[in-house]
Design a binder for this molecule. Structure first.
Ligand SMILES: *[C@@H]1O[C@H](CO)[C@@H](O)[C@H](O)[C@H]1NC(C)=O
Ligand SMILES: *[C@@H]1O[C@H](CO)[C@@H](O)[C@H](O)[C@H]1NC(C)=O
Ligand SMILES: *[C@@H]1O[C@H](CO)[C@@H](O)[C@H](O)[C@H]1NC(C)=O
Ligand SMILES: *[C@@H]1O[C@H](CO)[C@@H](O)[C@H](O)[C@H]1NC(C)=O
Length: 499
């Protein structure tokens, strides 16, 4: 980590504008279960525990092995093939593949030179001593988001040997949220570094191109990719340091109902393009993380092999965020099965008879039922996650709020009342996270208010309201309860005998 110590301050730099990296010893502050994995990956001596992507990580010793209770397919004829496929698509195998692809696009010749390394299609890159010129932002008369012309030729570069053809060949996923080619196609070698930089950022900085921050499903795709990228980049004690900056590649001030989540990653305020408007900035240490809309990326539209579940990457992400946000799990004193019914506060996909369903559940003494509206008007995001983490059966209609499944305990069940013909979205996310998923089966046992009206696509199952048959509903919840009783740690079987 030599480069951390190289803090070049040329005479052009206004020294009061230099952000200095602190030399304070690291407080790891990671989930206790993660500690041996992080420390082992540093020492190299004791490889008895590893995440799974390290070159000498034994399958038996990796953090978590996915399971494939579903039948084999012609695509993956053996159990092992099936597990390996899932591992590469949605688990640390994905991280491993990215790490193996990393190659120099711009290579340092002398010590203190810049460097730029990327994976195929520029899905992930990291750089040292990289200059970025933010002058174009001065000329934009509308706010920048999802734009590919923030930089132009020569506005990003470093003092290193550029492999121009190699870089150009990887610029084939030219789209705002699929790769870093919209920016890196302009990478140019420079003679002097830091040359005419106005500002030097010495602390590690992650530049993020984020998806829709209003939608939990999409925004958590950003956070999951940030976490995965920390695995791709790092090893050792500093890989999850909170002394990093986040620069969001938009000129809007970052705002989101889920913004608390950034507290799991950084102790600093989130920067945006306006932070550096008009300036030339030199970054000692940057990561350009995996993006939310990559082709074959995580987890939006991930092609996921059937029959498999339980990704270590997703479990570790969940634990990491819960730990860093201080969300605790209360012991379940009365041993009832805790049911959270997520009520929607929107125009579509309301459950018209939800009070009837909830009253019916409350009639069973083994259930402790809570109806919630997850909106910032009623509960902070951390309060919402706390409820989720203390839930055994989470019930809700298709919608981004179901992304909360990421924070359910592992014995829990997600009951997506109805998927509104979007079959894979939450089912696959639940598989990745390793929680049981059930949904409505008999389409003759619910009533649709009308055909639904998509703003521009006509009739659409997501754009209407529903009523569900009470008895069928109770049967499905009973099925979920049976799963919880079987898998919940410390669940006392005495209790359900009496029912
Ligand atoms: C390796 O790690 C395991 C588990 O953390 C520990 O039990 C064992 O003693 C360690 N071995 C050595 C040689 O340090
Ligand atoms: C990338 O990982 C290295 C090694 O763990 C670390 O020193 C560096 O600060 C990381 N960079 C960023 C931007 O997080
Ligand atoms: C509650 O349970 C009792 C006894 O099983 C039943 O008679 C009654 O109809 C139930 N009430 C509701 C609202 O489901
Ligand atoms: C669905 O229910 C909500 C809340 O009751 C209502 O505002 C909305 O108009 C309903 N939508 C349709 C398509 O009827």
């Amino acid at each position: 980590m030599l480069y951390l110590k190289i803090i070049a301050i040329p005479c052009f730099v206004l020294s009061n504008h230099v952000f200095r990296a602190s030399a304070v010893p690291m407080d790891l502050n990671v989930h206790p279960e993660h500690l041996p994995y992080i420390l082992n990956s540093r020492t190299d001596h004791n490889k008895s525990r590893c995440w799974g992507y390290e070159s000498d990580c034994d399958i038996d010793h990796r953090y978590l092995d996915p399971v494939c209770p579903g039948p084999e397919t012609s695509w993956a004829p053996t159990k092992r093939d099936q597990i390996d496929t899932f591992y590469d698509q949605g688990d640390f195998g994905y991280v491993k593949q990215q790490r193996e692809e990393i190659t120099h696009m711009c290579e340092p010749i002398n010590q203190d030179d810049s460097s730029l390394e990327c994976t195929n299609h520029l899905k992930f890159c990291r750089g040292h001593n990289i200059m970025i010129n933010f002058e174009n932002i001065l000329n934009k008369n509308h706010p920048i988001r999802y734009q590919m012309d923030v930089l132009s030729s020569g506005q990003i570069g470093g003092k290193c040997k550029l492999h121009k053809e190699k870089l150009d060949a990887q610029c084939d996923h030219l789209s705002p949220l699929q790769s870093w080619s919209p920016e890196l196609r302009f990478f140019t070698p420079i003679e002097n570094y830091p040359g005419k930089c106005d500002l030097i950022i010495t602390e590690p900085t992650v530049i993020m191109k984020i998806d829709a921050t209003v939608n939990m499903y999409h925004h958590f795709c950003d956070f999951l990719n940030l976490y995965a990228s920390q695995h791709v980049n790092g090893s050792g004690a500093s890989m999850f340091s909170k002394d990093i900056h986040i620069l969001v590649w938009e000129s809007f001030a970052y705002e989101s109902a889920f913004s608390d989540t950034f507290q799991a990653f950084t102790k600093h305020p989130v920067w945006n393009l306006n932070t550096f408007r008009g300036k030339v900035v030199c970054f000692n240490d940057i990561v350009l993380p995996l993006l939310p809309r990559m082709i074959f990326g995580l987890y939006y539209n991930t092609p996921l092999i059937d029959g498999c579940e339980n990704s270590g990457l997703f479990k570790a992400f969940s634990q990491h965020v819960l730990h860093r946000l201080n969300i605790d799990q209360k012991p379940n004193a009365n041993e009832k099965i805790r049911i959270t019914f997520l009520s929607r506060n929107t125009k579509y996909r309301n459950v018209l008879n939800e009070n009837e369903l909830i009253t019916a559940l409350k009639n069973y003494s083994q259930y402790e039922v809570k109806k919630v509206v997850y909106s910032g008007n009623f509960l902070t995001f951390k309060e919402q996650v706390h409820i989720t983490y203390n839930t055994d059966i989470f019930i809700g209609m298709h919608g981004a709020g179901l992304t909360h499944l990421l924070f359910l305990p592992e014995w829990a069940v997600l009951f997506e009342l109805y998927n509104c013909e979007d079959e894979h979205c939450y089912k696959d996310l639940a598989r990745l996270r390793g929680v049981k998923y059930i949904t409505w089966r008999d389409i003759n046992k619910f009533t649709v208010q009308d055909k639904g009206q998509h703003p521009d696509q006509g009739a659409h199952a997501k754009f209407t309201n529903y009523s569900f048959d009470k008895d069928e509903f109770l049967d499905l919840v009973d099925e979920a309860a049976t799963h919880v009783k079987k898998y919940k740690h410390g669940y006392s079987p005495k209790l359900h005998d009496e029912l």
